[in-house]
Design a protein around this ligand. Structure first.
Ligand code: ZN
Ligand code: ZN
Length: 284
């Protein structure tokens, strides 16, 4: 199928909502055409068109909500473009601080108070009230998620900055023992501490009730804990986390992609990104 108004309609919808469930995406396509269209093909055809603008649509798994979702991404954090659409430079400074803070903690989430207090590190450039508004806004566009008054990285941040995390925060990133992809929330093996996605671990446990890496048995308590936790946290704290941040590099600037003239590009939001966030973690 060649690029048509169906593609344009779908792109416009996903670009303005940022994230939608796969079911919802199917509904959008069917509603427009009256007949089922293969989502995968549609996305691929759109991606061929928007790739030059460093944008893409991706079907991914939201670790946090255990849901298959379609997300609209911009891949511009390493772009030299400094143009801004939504965020001011200081807002992006704040967002960068948030990411750093969230990534520096093993459970990968920070309290609302912590999130707001980060503005103090910016020399009052953003008030606490403004911070509150920004946090709400970033949750709305899926850059952050708020669960029980705690903030974690949203599915868009995780996917847009995947390469970025790898490049600038390699010591903080962990690959899932099973699928080899980045783990943001998950379980750590009780023996070797390897990280594993909750979903990957659950799929494995359907076949065999052992840790996949060390083949150690799961206790009924651990299984219960795993099944109860929607979020990925360490099942057992086997060690004191003595890691601390030794060094931070603050060479961050914001950048975004220039949109093209077509309607869907104009409507696309969140073309702002963050670059050069780095840290080194060392064992004390
Ligand atoms: Zn995995
Ligand atoms: Zn292990």
């Amino acid at each position: 199928m060649s690029y048509s108004k169906v593609h344009r309609y779908f792109l416009r919808t996903i670009a303005s909502s940022g994230v939608m469930s796969v079911d919802e995406a199917h509904r959008v396509l069917t509603k427009f055409t009256g007949e089922p269209i293969l989502l995968k093909n549609c996305i691929q055809e759109i991606n061929d068109v928007i790739r030059p603008y460093q944008q893409s649509i991706k079907v991914t798994y939201n670790e946090s909500t255990n849901e298959e979702v379609v997300i609209f991404l911009t891949h511009a954090w390493d772009s030299i473009s400094e143009s801004q659409k939504i965020f001011t430079a200081k807002e992006l400074d704040y967002f960068r601080l948030l990411i750093e803070e969230i990534m520096s903690i093993d459970v990968r989430e920070i309290t609302g108070i912590n999130a707001i207090n980060l503005v103090n590190k910016m020399g009052q450039k953003i008030s606490m009230l403004q911070a509150e508004d920004l946090l709400a806004k970033w949750c709305k566009i899926y850059y952050l998620e708020k669960i029980q008054n705690k903030y974690r990285l949203g599915v868009r941040t995780i996917n847009e900055f995947e390469d970025y995390f790898e490049k600038y925060m390699p010591d903080v990133m962990k690959d899932c023992y099973i699928c080899k992809k980045n783990v943001f929330w998950g379980a750590n093996c009780i023996a070797c501490e390897k990280a594993i996605h909750t979903r990957c671990l659950n799929q494995y446990l359907e076949k065999i009730k052992k840790w996949p890496c060390c083949k150690i048995n799961f206790s009924p308590d651990q299984l219960k804990q795993l099944n109860e936790s929607q979020r990925m946290t360490q099942i057992t704290q086997t060690f004191e986390d003595t890691q601390s941040i030794e060094e931070r590099s603050e060479n961050s600037t914001a950048s975004n992609v220039e949109s093209d003239n077509t309607e869907e590009m104009e409507r696309s939001q969140n073309t702002d990104n963050i670059r050069r966030l780095s840290r080194k973690r060392k064992r004390e």
